[in-house]
Design a protein around this ligand. Structure first.
Ligand SMILES: [Zn+2]
Length: 346
C-alpha cells in the first residue's frame, strides 16, 4: 500500500516535471521565433516599434544602400561595428525582455551575454566606468610606489633600489593597467577582437601575479631560481593565450584556467601571511579574503539590475579598494625590506 502511494506520488511528480520542461520549451520557442521575426522585420523597415535607426539605410558592410557616400557613418564610429543587424538585434532584445518581464519571466542570456541597456553608445556603461576607475587607481598606486622607491627610500651606491622585487612590481603595474584599458574597451563594445584582447590581458596578468606570489612568498632572490619558477608558468600562459586567440575562444576552459591560477596565488599568499612576521601581514589577509569573495562574484553570475549592474560589474567595483590596498602592501614591503637590509649592512 505504502509502496503504491510512493509510486503514484513519484509518477505525479515526474509528470509535473515533464510538463514543466515541455512548457518551458514551448515558451522559449515562442520567444525565439518572436525575436527572429522582429529582427527580420526590422532589417526590412529599419524600425522596431517607434524607434528607427539610420544604420539600416546602409547594408551591413557599411556601403550605402541607396545614397551618396557622405551619408555613411563617420570612420571614428565604425570601429564599434554597429550596423543594421546588430542594432536590430539589440532593440528586438529590449522589446522582448520588456514583454518577458510583463509575463513574469526572468532575464535570459543572448549569445552568452546578459541583456544590457546601452548608454551613449557604450554597451555596458557601468563596467566601462568602473574599468576606467580601476585603471586610474592602478596608475596612482604604481606612481606612488615609483616615487617611494626612487625618491624617498635610500638607493645603493650604483643607484639601484635595495628592494629586490622592484622590477616585478613594475611589470605587475604595467600588466594591470594594460588589462583595465582593454577591459574598458571590451565593455564599450564587445566584438571578437576586443574580447580576445581583454581575455588575453587577464590571463597574462593572472599568470604574472602567480609568479610574483611564488617569488615573494618564498623570498627567491637568486636569478637562477627565479627563472626556474617563471619559465614553466610563462610557457603555460603563452600557450593558453595562443590557444584562445588562434584556435578556440573557449569560455569554460578559460574560466577554469583563470580560477585555478587565482586560487593558487590566493593560497600562496594566505599560507605566507600565516607563517610570516611581516609587519603588514594584516593587509595581506584582507586582500586574500577580499580577493576570494570577489572571485565568487565572477563564478556566481546574476542578471543585470535595471539592465546595468550585473555580477561582473560588481566584481569590477570590488577590485578598486583591493587595488589600493595591494599597492599599499607593496609599498610597505619595499620599506620593510629596505630597512632590514640596511640594518644588516650596518
Ligand atoms: Zn570585465
Amino acid at each position: 500500500m505504502v509502496c503504491l502511494c510512493i509510486f503514484v506520488l513519484f509518477s505525479i511528480l515526474f509528470q509535473m516535471v515533464l510538463l514543466e520542461v515541455e512548457l518551458t520549451i514551448v515558451v522559449i520557442n515562442f520567444w525565439y521565433s518572436f525575436t527572429r521575426a522582429c529582427v527580420e522585420q526590422c532589417e526590412k523597415t529599419g524600425c522596431v516599434g517607434e524607434t528607427c535607426f539610420q544604420h539600416c539605410k546602409f547594408s551591413s558592410d557599411g556601403k550605402p544602400v541607396g545614397g551618396p557616400w557622405y551619408l555613411q557613418e563617420p570612420l571614428y564610429l565604425r570601429w564599434k561595428q554597429w550596423d543594421c543587424h546588430s542594432d536590430c538585434r539589440y532593440h528586438c532584445m529590449l522589446v522582448r525582455e520588456e514583454e518577458r518581464e510583463k509575463h513574469g519571466g526572468k532575464p535570459v542570456k543572448y549569445h552568452g551575454k546578459w541583456p544590457f541597456h546601452r548608454a551613449y553608445g557604450f554597451q555596458e556603461p557601468v563596467s566601462v566606468a568602473l574599468s576606467a576607475l580601476n585603471l586610474a587607481i592602478q596608475f596612482h598606486g604604481w606612481v606612488s610606489f615609483f616615487i617611494l622607491i626612487y625618491y624617498k627610500l635610500p638607493l645603493t651606491p650604483s643607484k639601484k633600489t635595495y628592494y629586490e622585487y622592484t622590477g616585478l612590481w613594475h611589470i605587475y603595474g604595467i600588466l594591470s593597467m594594460n588589462l583595465w584599458f582593454w577591459s574598458a574597451v571590451f565593455h564599450s563594445r564587445d566584438v571578437e577582437l576586443t574580447e580576445k584582447l581583454d581575455c588575453s590581458s587577464a590571463v597574462a596578468l593572472l599568470g604574472f601575479s602567480l609568479i610574483l606570489a611564488v617569488l615573494r612568498a618564498f623570498s627567491m632572490r637568486d636569478e637562477a631560481a627565479r627563472v626556474m619558477v617563471s619559465a614553466p608558468i610563462i610557457a603555460f600562459v603563452t600557450t593558453h593565450i595562443l590557444y584562445l586567440n588562434f584556435f578556440n575562444l573557449d569560455y569554460g576552459l578559460n574560466m577554469k584556467v583563470c580560477v585555478a591560477m587565482g586560487v593558487a596565488q590566493l593560497l600562496i599568499w594566505a599560507v605566507w601571511a600565516s607563517a610570516t612576521r611581516h609587519p603588514s601581514r594584516f593587509k595581506l589577509w584582507v586582500a586574500v579574503i577580499g580577493g576570494g569573495l570577489a572571485m565568487l562574484l565572477e563564478i556566481y553570475d546574476f542578471p543585470p539590475y535595471q539592465g546595468y549592474v550585473d555580477a561582473h560589474a560588481l566584481w569590477h567595483a570590488t577590485t578598486i579598494p583591493l587595488t589600493y590596498l595591494w599597492w599599499s602592501f607593496a609599498k610597505d614591503d619595499a620599506e620593510f625590506r629596505t630597512s632590514s637590509l640596511l640594518k644588516k649592512a650596518k
